[in-house]
Design a protein around this ligand. Structure first.
Ligand SMILES: Nc1ncnc2c1ncn2[C@@H]1O[C@H](COP(=O)(O)OP(=O)(O)O)[C@@H](O)[C@H]1O
Ligand SMILES: [Mg+2]
Length: 234
């Protein structure tokens, strides 16, 4: 579904991604592992078109999107649910969700998408008229994922969805993510909980210093002694 070939990118004056290559298979979860500062968020922002590609190539659903602006990527079905959730604090739950559906492919079906999101997250329906700032961290994460779903994604880039959440809430978010994949969504997941994330994923990439340090089937990565020592503390 997504092919990343030799990606170089970063911020003004700071190169973070040094020729990174990976691919994401349709209909499954691919996990991005790696310590703080490895470049996972930078990669996701670059895939979403929020940071420029300095070199390398991105293909999504067979099309070259390397130079496409972010709104066209959303329109094509490549949707980022950013680290830190980034909901609009003073807008209501419903208004935040509605904004997820502004791309031309999603807009005509926003009402149906909204019903689906409220069905997935009854808690958001109960709070639909509340400003997002009044939600708990877990509810804000649900809102961020819900807003992403409103865009009718084919591939969702899900960056650190359980950061700062209680173990119970984190488990609910993981269960939800797996349910979405079972319903046909493809997921690229960056997640600090390596154990959970390898459990949920079919394939995994370990990112170190903006490069792929290891990759393979999630089960094989989970059994790799170096990975176990570095990321699982085993
Ligand atoms: N806005 C920014 N400007 C410059 N450097 C940044 C910025 N955001 C992150 N970085 C740097 O990019 C590197 C990768 O960070 P990031 O992609 O956030 O890693 P991860 O998500 O894997 O923790 C780090 O060295 C970080 O300091
Ligand atoms: Mg990050």
């Amino acid at each position: 579904m997504l092919e990343v070939d030799g990606l170089v990118g970063g911020y003004d004056g700071t190169q973070v991604l040094h020729g990174l290559s990976l691919h994401v298979e349709a209909g499954a979860t691919t996990a991005l592992l790696g310590g703080n500062g490895a470049g996972k968020t930078t990669l996701m922002k670059t895939l979403a078109g929020l940071l420029p590609v300095r070199a390398g190539r991105l293909r999504f659903l067979g099309e070259d999107i390397t130079q496409r602006p972010s709104n066209e990527r959303v329109h094509a079905g490549l949707v980022l649910v950013p680290e830190g959730r980034m909901v609009f604090p003073s807008l209501t739950v419903r208004e935040n969700l509605r904004l997820g559906a502004i791309n031309p492919r999603a807009r005509p079906q926003w009402q149906r998408s909204l019903d689906r999101v409220f069905h997935l997250f009854p808690r958001l329906l109960e709070r639909e008229s509340q400003p997002a700032v009044t939600l708990s961290g877990g509810e804000q994460q649900m809102l961020a994922i819900g807003r992403g779903l409103m865009a009718q994604p084919r591939l969702m880039l899900l960056d650190e969805p359980t950061l700062g959440l209680s173990p119970l809430m984190a488990r609910q978010i993981f269960e939800l993510a797996q349910r979405l994949v079972a319903d046909g969504l493809t997921l690229l997941l960056a997640e600090q909980d390596v154990f959970q994330s390898l459990n949920a994923a079919e394939h995994a990439y370990v990112i170190e210093n903006g490069r792929v340090a290891a990759e393979g089937p999630a089960r094989q990565i989970a059994d790799d002694p170096r990975i176990r020592q570095a990321y699982l503390g085993l």
